[in-house]
Ligand binder design. Structure first.
Ligand code: UGA
Length: 458
């Protein structure tokens, strides 16, 4: 199938590469010149396991261009995967989605049928708005175009994007037209029936079952996306709230999570207590959902509380440092991990950045490490003028810990599991380890010489 994808961020690029791998004829559009240059040279602008090699493998069925007009007329299906950045009031800004829809409607041929799919995460009602935008363009052009609009929310997790795209739990389609549903079923057929040969880096999981394609109306599909993210976010906040109480009563939250997770109704995933959620999704999507609710005069106290608990986790880490070191003024703190989660260089809404800001504000010196996210963290902090001599970045964890007063593990990179704890503890001024993701066994860390403090465990 001839597919045009507008936007080559995490969602657009992953989708483009996977559809090209499934032998669709894919053209991806992006206006960002530097990104486009990289893509045209066959290089991925994002760090995502497996994407570079897959991009090289699909070179013959994929192309990248800045021009909607060049690819849309001949496409059968057009996916909009542009960003919906948060406005100051938390609302998701759908300007780019509407603009993409407008550009599509301006260049599509009146005598052909197109399916226009909104994959970007958009506030409930946006698909209806896209239909209006398309109709307005058609009437301005004086043509009776034929575009069916559908919602097809994306559930990809950064760091696991390709795995999730080849082996999804479900595909959700919200559409009012059978034609659009049929086109999307045809697009995803190799995934729905698992008829493709798995790429060598992504073998089919042994216990994987064929994913259902759920069809519904567009507004419900849009709501499914927000409800899914909000539910996962509050599951994490719930275990973090329990973790705080575990600390008060000498219980261990990792044991509690194991015990409740064995109940199939609760499930064991997303019960890892720690520094909570960051990234481009949960913070933004929970805020956007609250905006949608506020516009209807509806209160969502559970979602509000999930946010409060989440951001409190960052403050609690600094309180833990105060609790052991007293004043932080003049103290040297090593921060392990800058990315909002492992296997990505994404630092958007990363807990590490808030913690660094707070430590610098209290007069501490910070040495920060990350296996790959240092450039992005530097750029983010530089933009807001947080770069000071008291903030140093280093690629060597042992250098970072030398003479430091405490270490804080913020991102659970595999790399940190393998550190020589004894060596680290030995060269610190005071061997304090705040394990913000409960990565280490408290016992092991203590034997290695650390004063160990985890989240919700004794
Ligand atoms: C999330 C959802 O998982 C995806 O399904 C969705 O498509 C995506 O948002 C999106 O809307 O685009 P993502 O933000 O990439 O994906 O990452 P997650 O793996 O969900 O992790 C989010 C945050 O939660 C991370 O900061 C992670 O450290 C934290 N987390 C996760 C916990 O603190 N505890 C857990 O048990 C799990």
């Amino acid at each position: 199938m001839k597919v045009a994808i507008i936007g080559t961020g995490y969602v657009g690029l992953t989708t483009a590469v996977v559809l090209a791998y499934l032998n669709h004829d894919v053209a991806a559009v992006d206006k960002d010149e530097s990104k486009l240059n990289l893509l045209q040279e066959g290089k991925s602008p994002i760090h995502e396991p497996g994407i570079q090699s897959l991009l090289e493998e699909v070179q013959h069925t994929i192309r990248f261009t800045p021009s909607v007009a060049e690819v849309v007329p001949e496409a059968e299906l057009i996916l909009i995967a542009v960003g919906t950045p948060p406005k100051k009031n938390g609302e998701a800004d759908t300007r780019h989605v509407e603009q993409a829809a407008r550009e599509v409607a301006e260049v599509c041929l009146p005598d052909r049928h197109y399916t226009l799919v909104v994959k970007s995460t958009v506030p409930i009602g946006t698909n209806r708005r896209v239909v209006e935008v398309v109709e307005d363009v058609f009437s301005a052009r004086g043509v009776r175009g034929n575009i069916s609009v559908a919602s097809n929310p994306e559930f990809l997790q950064e760091g696991l994007a390709l795995q999730g795209a080849f082996y999804p739990d479900r595909i959700v389609v919200g559409a009012n037209s059978d034609e659009a549903i049929d086109t999307l079923r045809h697009l995803y057929q190799p995934i729905l029936e698992q008829t493709f040969d798995p790429p060598s880096e992504f073998p089919r999981p042994a216990a994987y079952h064929l994913p259902p394609m759920m069809t519904t109306d567009p507004s419900s599909a849009e709501m499914i996306k927000y409800a899914a993210n909000t539910f996962l976010a509050l599951k994490i906040s719930f275990i973090n709230e329990i973790a705080g109480l575990c600390e008060e009563v000498d219980a261990d939250v990792t044991e509690v999570a194991r015990g409740i997770g064995l109940d199939a109704r609760i499930g064991s995933q997303f019960l890892r207590a720690g520094l909570g959620w960051g990234g481009s999704c949960y913070p933004k999507d929970t805020a956007a959902l609250l905006r949608v609710a506020a516009q209807s005069g509806y209160e969502m106290p559970i979602t509000e509380a999930a946010r409060t608990v989440n951001f409190r986790q960052r403050e609690r880490i600094v309180e833990k440092l105060h609790g052991t070191l007293g004043t932080l003024k003049g103290k040297t703190i090593g921060v392990l991990g800058l990315a909002f989660k492992p296997n990505t260089d994404d630092v958007r809404e990363a807990p590490a950045l808030d913690i660094i800001r707070e430590l610098i504000a209290t007069g501490a010196t910070v040495r920060a490490h990350d296996p790959i996210a240092i450039p992005n963290a530097q750029a983010a902090l530089h933009r807001e003028n947080t770069t000071t001599p008291e903030l140093q970045f280093t690629e060597d964890v042992y250098e970072l810990s030398y003479d430091a007063d405490a270490l804080v593990l913020v991102t659970e990179w595999d790399f940190y599991h393998k550190l020589e704890l004894r060596k680290l503890a030995k060269q610190m001024k005071t061997p304090i380890l705040i394990d913000g993701r409960n990565v280490y066994s408290p016992e092991e860390a203590r034997v290695a010489g650390f004063h160990y403090i985890g989240i919700g465990r004794v």
